[in-house]
Design a protein around this ligand. Sequence first.
Ligand code: TLP
Length: 332
Amino acid sequence: MIDLRSDTVTRPTPAMRRAMAEAEVGDDVYGEDPTIRALEERVAGLLGHEAALFVPSGTMGNQIGMRLVAEPGQEVLCDADAHVVTYEMGAAAAVFGISTRTVVSGGRLDAEALVAQVRPRGDWHLTATAAVAVENTHNRGGGLVQPLDQLQRLWNWSREAGVAVHLDGARIWNASVASGIDLATYGRLADTASVCLSKGLGAPVGSVVVASAERIAAARLWRKRLGGGMRQAGVLAAAGQYALEHHVERLAEDHEHAQALAKRLGVDPAGVETNIVVLDDVPAPVVAEAAKARGVLVSQVGPRRIRLVTHLDVDRAGIERAADVLAELLAR
Ligand code: TLP
């Protein structure tokens, strides 16, 4: 099977597994796992933040990140297709009593449109906007990279308005490799950010929340409350460390593969900025079923929309084979 459903499907490589097996570990709830601590320090540094916290998933990272900057009864404003409101099972409301409000943007950040929707604190009626959430790259937007000038405008405005910015940076590595903009530049334009090791980087588990030291101290309590306090999780952090050393630059290869797929499948390559290709106006269930029967797995992300995600477990030959199968199905 050539699995293009998601970059979450990658399996740890033999070398990554060796790094996991050899990891020095301790009880991380006591703060005594040296491999976790090293990973947290490294990711905080990469993103230009004071501190970091290892968490089991991007969902937990986002939800804790947003809780750090919004109180129950306040709202987080975001794009209508954002992962935090689409794919996290209403967690902000269900778990934290945080309300969310959305702006339709197709995924591309429009700072002005977002800012225009912000509601002030202190009003007798309005739900106060405590934070805005930005996703980079944007998953449902087809892996698009947020323009730096828009991020900068949002950030400058947020400082004046006293509204926080949370970054869902599950695929910030892809954004950085594609744009050539370093991680810290993106990281410094957010108060809290969640980044994933288990997407394109190929680690089996794990995300990291970055923020100020004070906020990360609070995040540690939230993680424990949510049942995310892990013990000898250095084996997981070692996979993350390995991924940061060996799997970041190679994301360029995934991006090339996405370009190749786009060209073969009649998708405008200019609209494919990283490792996600979206096929629109296709009978998604029919195509997905027929592709599966021929050894290619794809995601249906709408009745007439299919998503293909390139990653380190599909090489060039696999991409060519998948392109052959899908091109033939689409021609029909
Ligand atoms: N995305 C998954 C699914 O949940 C849709 C995928 O296959 O793409 N932020 C973004 C932008 C994500 O794409 C994801 C995962 C997450 C957060 C959540 O990460 P996990 O799955 O670790 O909770």
